[in-house]
Design a binder for this molecule. Structure first.
Ligand code: ZN
Length: 436
């Protein structure tokens, strides 16, 4: 089966419900850039994709960075004078600032407030905060909750550890007919946030499972990595594999109800940029295409000038542009099965373009070849205009001069990529085209 056939055979709405279930299963786990939460997440993803777990020791130099110490957390709370947990890590993993150092102390309310982040503009939501590269501890809570706390002494406990260990990431490598690779990556470092990290993980996991059923032209490498430090670590420890990457996509925030957004690679006109643009143009409904910026997800690292890889980023509503971003509002209700399904279907359509894109040479280029005698032309003559299939064949024959790919032909003719691919197949079958 080709990727296109896998896509046609897929029950997308069922896949949407299954991806949504995976998001729900992973949601409670406390992830960070290192630690057991990432390992637990990867173990669960491995039920859907053939995943290899890698561990890179703390202290490993990776370009201008160093793999940090590993952070793990067992419990954290703030108790009031009656011994009640007013802030409880076990109720939400967002309650603790990620990478908080261990602490056990008693504080006044005023002192406690110095260590608690809230969102006064969204008083019901818990913010998401991190302190990866500066040793400190802190809590996050809803503004409403903090407003309601009475004066008095509070018991504060963060039962965490920050110690030499490793950075964990997952990799699914699918061998295709060539060693040229398509790279797909998603971040696995956010705690209980659904759209920002879990949606990308679910779509990438299902993509890996589906691609494993296809006979592939390209080899595929799907990375489940902590943001920033994970991609930098992968690039630094796999530099020999980098030149094989021909196309790539970062998947992030692919589960909300917004329309798809594609952020182009730094190159801006790479084949992946054009394949996504064409796919989104042919898809029903709106979409946005944006230029590369050096801020965002791991495309920042893949598109750093020392690599400048053709890697774009597929999202729905981009980070920072939905109010729930990096808050407890980014919960299971924000992620919709139909949006996950649409994102998965879009990825498969894009990969089908990459897999099928070829350059052909017309074997009968002097004048139009006679299609009728080969059974390729409609039987009725004299119509005011040629049928759509005939027009598509004429475009493919005309532009197949060894310099135009099927993607070029679809872009220039306005014919759908699927129609161009089908026409090329028919013409090749009739001996009129040969791959360049
Ligand atoms: Zn984020």
């Amino acid at each position: 089966m080709t990727v296109g056939e896998v896509r046609s055979a897929l029950d997308l709405s069922r896949a949407g419900r299954e991806m949504s279930a995976l998001v729900g299963e992973l949601y409670p786990i406390c992830r960070s850039i290192t630690g057991d939460g990432v390992r637990e997440t990867l173990r669960r993803v491995a039920a859907h994709a053939d995943l290899k777990l890698h561990e890179v020791p703390s202290g490993t130099p990776v370009f201008d960075w160093t793999v940090p110490r590993e952070w793990n957390i067992r419990d954290a709370y703030v108790k009031n004078a009656r011994g009640e947990r007013v802030i409880d890590f076990k109720a939400s993993s967002l309650h603790v600032v990620s990478y908080s150092t261990p602490v056990k102390t008693r504080l006044s309310l005023t002192e406690l407030k110095q260590h608690v982040f809230t969102l006064p503009d969204h008083p019901e939501w818990i913010p998401y905060r991190t302190s990866y590269y500066r040793e400190s501890w802190g809590f996050c809570a809803s503004h409403r909750l903090m407003e309601g706390l009475e004066d008095g002494e509070y018991e504060v406990c963060v039962d965490s550890s920050l110690a030499p260990g490793s950075l964990s990431y997952g990799e699914s490598y699918l061998r295709g007919a060539t060693e040229d690779e398509v790279l797909i990556s998603c971040h696995v470092c956010h705690p209980s946030l659904a759209n920002d990290n879990l949606s990308g993980i679910a779509v990438a996991a299902f993509l890996a499972g589906l691609l494993a059923k296809a006979s592939l032209r390209y080899s595929y490498r799907l990375l489940f990595i902590p943001g920033t430090i994970g991609s930098i670590t992968w690039l630094a420890t796999n530099e020999a594999a980098v030149p094989r990457i021909r196309h790539g996509l970062v998947l992030a925030c692919v589960g909300d109800g917004g329309e798809p957004t594609y952020k182009k690679s730094r190159r801006g006109d790479a084949e992946i940029d054009r394949a996504v643009r064409l796919t989104l143009k042919e898809r029903a409904g709106g979409h946005r295409i944006e230029d590369f910026t050096p801020y965002g997800y791991d495309e920042r690292q893949f598109c750093s000038p020392g690599f400048d890889l053709p890697v774009g980023c597929l999202m729905r509503t981009p980070h920072g542009r939905f109010p729930e971003y990096h808050t407890s509002g980014d919960n299971l209700e924000l992620v919709r099965p139909e949006a996950l399904a649409d994102s998965l279907g879009t990825c498969l359509a894009v990969l089908d373009v990459l897999e099928s894109n070829r350059v052909y040479v017309n074997q009968s280029p002097k004048g139009e070849p006679q299609l009728g005698k080969r059974g390729l032309y409609g039987p009725v003559g004299g119509l005011a205009s040629a049928g759509r299939d005939e027009v598509t064949m004429l475009w493919v024959l005309n532009l197949s001069d060894g310099r135009h790919s099927l993607l070029d032909i679809a872009e220039r003719s306005g014919c759908s990529f699927g129609a161009v691919k089908t026409a090329a197949g028919a013409l090749e079958g009739a001996g009129l085209l040969r791959e360049a």
